[in-house]
Write a protein that binds this ligand. Structure first.
Ligand code: KE4
Length: 428
């Protein structure tokens, strides 16, 4: 019988010191009815808890660890950078190199600003959109999550959805009313909202593949339709590619689907597991950011040389031939085999997948928006999570998050994942 004594002792202490014992709500495992495992280390596709139990990891730090944990080249780059000094508050060569790589890789990026998180990236992109257009409103989509800036905590996804929090206390009504949240994949709702507020919408922000209500891909024409609506109305299109950037394709979802936004938000993978985010887009917009323009945003550790070294090394590893074919193959195989296992066990599931990000929804489906995702049987999800954990599989502790397959997941790992799932599903 596995022992979790150290995890339980540490979590107890953590709960006295940090809200819910965590530094980010989804880590508290409240949706799955277990106390979370305290993680001591990771290596490749595995993480190890403080009691020495090993788990095949499909959280991947919520997306960044596409190479797997403690990738030797990333660790070496971080060590080398740290030995030269951890922060200068001045521009370093690595920032220029990373900015160049991002501009070369992502179709909509002509200029970019590095920040420290996806939240900062999305918050700054909205301030830029409002400053550049002089318009106050923002349109987002139910179940999408763009970090925890006030304007986005309206019908948000991820931890807000997992915790069942409608909005969030502390967000003034005056701010929340400027945010319109609409059903994902519903172009007509967007047309009506823009018609209701002519000349008032600064931006439409969208996860081009939603990952925070579980994985929900864009319906054919949805992203192109948003582009057309923005072009007609004069509002800006913002793609929040914090998850999808370098995940679903080298150039992100905008490269995969051939729709170019005015602004793009990035994070996660581009930091290789260290705190890095970025926002960028059209040069005529970015040059309006201080100090070249009047719109203000700043950050002591923005472009931090150690974090940039981790990000650069990760992105360079993703430029190797066959990387995205391999991620697609792994993701497709896993999704196909899990669907087959569920069918054999007569457990109704819908599996949504784009590349190496996927979600097993415990509902017959389809799942094309938040209302569909909320049909999922959360009790069954919880049983599945608990069964898989007992079998050594570490899944995201929420029905409304994405499973991430990394380059470190080998065929054997995927096979043992499916074998475990077959046993757990049979018992549901
Ligand atoms: P961060 O501030 O957490 O780096 O990024 C915010 C963010 C922005 N946009 C998208 C599409 C995101 O998915 C996120 C953060 N994602 C969640 C999990 N899906 C982070 C996990 C957490 O909150 O602990």
């Amino acid at each position: 019988m596995a022992d979790y004594a150290n995890s339980e002792r540490l979590f107890k202490a953590a709960q006295e010191l940090m809200p819910g014992g965590v530094n980010s709500p989804v880590r508290a495992w409240q949706a799955v009815g277990l106390s979370p495992r305290m993680i001591a280390r990771g290596e490749g596709a595995r993480v190890y808890d403080v009691d020495g139990n090993a788990y095949l990891d499909y959280v991947g730090s919520w997306g960044p660890l596409i190479l797997g944990h403690a990738a030797p080249e990333v660790v070496a780059a971080v060590q080398e950078a740290a030995a030269k000094g951890t922060s200068f508050g001045a521009t370093t060569p690595g920032e220029v190199e990373l900015a160049q790589l991002l501009v070369d890789a992502v179709p909509g990026l002509n200029m970019v600003r590095l920040v420290n998180s996806g939240t900062e990236a999305c918050m700054s992109a909205l301030r830029l959109a409002r400053g550049a257009t002089g318009r106050p409103r923002v349109i987002k989509f139910d179940g999408c999550y763009h970090g925890h800036a006030d304007s986005y905590l309206v019908a948000a996804g991820s931890g807000v959805l997992t915790q069942g929090i409608a909005g969030s206390p502390g967000v003034p009504q005056e701010v929340a009313t400027l945010t319109l949240s609409l059903p994902y994949n519903d172009l007509e709702a967007v047309r009506q909202a823009v018609r209701r507020h002519p000349g008032e919408v600064a931006a439409i922000i969208v996860e081009p593949v939603a990952g925070n209500m579980g994985v929900v891909p864009p319906q054919p024409g949805f992203l192109a339709g948003l582009r057309q609506i923005c072009d007609a109305d004069g509002c800006l299109l913002i793609f929040d590619e914090v998850i999808t950037g370098f995940r679903v394709a080298w150039g992100g979802a905008q490269a995969l689907y051939g729709v170019t936004p005015d602004l793009t938000c990035l994070g996660k993978i581009m930091g290789g597991g260290l705190p890095v985010g970025a926002y960028g887009g059209r040069r005529d917009l970015l040059t309006q950011m201080a100090p070249s323009g009047p719109i203000y945003q700043a950050g002591t550790l923005s472009g931090n040389p150690v974090a940039v070294a981790a990000g650069l090394t990760t992105l360079k590893a993703l430029q190797r031939p066959g990387v995205y074919e391999s991620l697609e193959e792994k993701g497709a195989w896993l999704a196909r085999e899990l669907a087959q296992a569920a069918a054999q066990c007569r457990v109704p599931v819908t599996i949504n997948r784009v590349g190496s990000m996927l979600t097993v929804f415990f509902t017959p489906g389809p799942v094309t928006n938040l209302d569909d995702a909320k049909q999922a049987d959360l009790g069954r999800f919880r049983q599945f999570f608990q069964g898989m954990l007992a079998a050594g599989l570490y899944l995201p502790p929420s029905q409304f998050e994405a499973v991430f397959v990394s380059l470190a997941h080998g065929q054997e790992d995927l096979e043992c994942t499916v074998a475990a799932a077959q046993k757990v599903l049979a018992g549901l």
